[in-house]
Design a protein around this ligand. Structure first.
Ligand code: HPA
Length: 275
């Protein structure tokens, strides 16, 4: 069912892309969508123009696909993702990855806003995601095997080692300090309790958020290479004595948007295909 509707969606989007075929899919997290404005020669397709594509409901998410060139690489950006806490099932949360893959993307860059659990992380830090923990209690691949998927995808290297290396180099080039760690994906939409954050710390999580995991699992099932970046927007619940709010999340992403953009630009440029 998903595969058939993704084919229809891809057909509807393809003829809006003026023949360009993206190599790299970018998923832009809460408040991190601005980089889409830097895409040159952009073809913009609002979600409402794509048959059966749900509308985003979260502030900080625009709700469109933007396809064009970023630092000479051919990219397609999802500005506004589908979260499970909006009521989407896991297969729907991963569907945009299938769509961008159907349009030609073979590499996925995911980003998100996340709460910092590791005590050295402070709001405004950018954290390279080295691995994740799926605490959403579901999997986007459960059910019939979709065309092109592996039934039992290997997850021993969810985030590609070579892309991790390149992200580190890109960060050095643009002189942006880059933390590294493990992202725990929870369903949300309520933020965690302090006891849950202490549990996550013991489980080995460095940061916590409400997205990314279904998208990465789908990408790996399709054989895509994945890189991920968390913007640490707040210290996790109970660690600062302050209540958490989405406004704080958006304030922090606004503050670091230039660094985020510089890093993504540099990284994407490194993946440029030889002409
Ligand atoms: N928890 C979960 N999701 C988040 C957080 C958090 O602290 N910050 C931004 N997204």
């Amino acid at each position: 069912m998903i595969a058939a509707s993704v084919r229809d969606m891809a057909d509807a989007v393809r003829h809006r892309l003026n023949g360009s075929q993206p190599d790299i899919a970018l998923i832009l997290g809460s408040g991190l969508g601005d980089i889409a404005e830097a895409i040159e020669g952009a073809a913009v397709v609002p979600f409402e123009d794509i048959p059966e594509f749900p509308r985003p409901t979260v502030r900080g998410h625009a709700g469109r696909l933007v396809c064009g060139t970023l630092n000479a690489s051919s990219v397609i950006a999802l500005q506004g993702r589908l979260h499970m806490y909006e009521g989407h099932g896991p297969e729907m949360a991963g569907m945009p990855v299938r769509l961008m893959h159907a349009l030609g993307a073979h590499t996925l860059f995911v980003s998100n806003a996340a709460g910092g659990i590791r005590r050295t992380l402070v709001p405004g830090d950018l954290m390279l995601i080295r691995d994740h923990i799926n605490l959403m209690w579901c999997n986007p691949l459960a059910g019939p095997v979709q065309a092109g998927d592996l039934r039992f995808p290997d997850m021993s290297e969810p985030y590609d080692a070579e892309l991790i290396r390149q992200m580190r180099i890109a960060a050095r080039q643009v002189r942006i300090p880059l933390a590294e760690g493990v992202y725990a994906g929870l369903l949300g939409p309520a933020y965690e309790t302090p006891a849950e954050v202490r549990m996550l710390e013991r489980l080995g999580a460095d940061a916590v958020g409400m997205s990314t995991v279904p998208e990465v699992i789908v990408a790996r099932a399709l054989g895509m290479r994945v890189a991920g970046l968390s913007c640490i927007t707040n210290v996790a619940s109970g660690m600062s004595g302050m209540p958490l709010s989405h406004a704080e999340v958006l304030e922090t992403t606004e503050r670091v948007r230039h660094e985020f953009m510089a890093l993504v630009r540099a990284f994407v440029g490194m993946l440029r295909r030889a002409p």
